[in-house]
Design a protein around this ligand. Sequence first.
Ligand SMILES: [Zn+2]
Length: 273
Amino acid sequence: MLVFRFYFICFAGLIATLAFATGNGSPRQSSEKHEPPSGTKDSITFSSVHVDEPYIALTFDDGPSAKLTPKLLDLLATHHIKATFFVIGENVAEHPEIVARAAREGHEIGNHSWSHPYFARMSDDNVRSQLRRTDDAIRSAIGIRPTLLRPPYGSITAREKRWIHDEFGYRIILWDVDPYDWKRPGPAVVRNRILKETLRGSIILSHDIHPGTIEAMPSTLDALEAKGFKFVTVSELLRMATPQPSHTPPSSESISTSATPSPAPTQQPSPSG
Ligand SMILES: [Zn+2]
């Protein structure tokens, strides 16, 4: 009987020890489990994404254009390429059918404001109105709300990013490849700049309102494909994010998942975007 009680006490002690250890361990394990990959913690702004495979995201801003966007959609369809369109609300209201076609064909639609102002110079109420009207126009055209915002010119303050993310749920999408196609340098220059700068995980900025950009696309897409790049929408690219090998802890103000320096358009608004 004494032996039995001895074993019972030992067994109970073991259970208690295990429970204690587990109890101590679980919060830490739990927090580790829920921690996002390094470099993406608390990050709502992206100019590129760290990925293991050669995926990239093509983005086209300022449309839709009645003349050029359908041409681009035809080209993307022949290549089976999905892109992301950051549309202007005014243009969506004018040509909702083009936006609807893009969404139907698998492209992603993001908010690029109603009339392309500098957010960093505006009151919260005016920014809110720009976003709300465009959000409504997109939802009316394609049936769902956008989840991405590209601020015109990349102009946005850190404070604006936070409240816009909290209020609209948007992630802020900048870029790391900029061919300056808005300066209309000619199709060959647009293509060469894109080919030179694009890396795996790149987010490529261009505009489907400039004829030279559309002219540049057939050879640009051929060349990017020849280099082995694969095209996904921005949201797909974000879902592919993997931890960075960098040992530098991300700062709380980190605006990008990429270790590559970006053009930092938030600091100095660029005429691009
Ligand atoms: Zn723009």
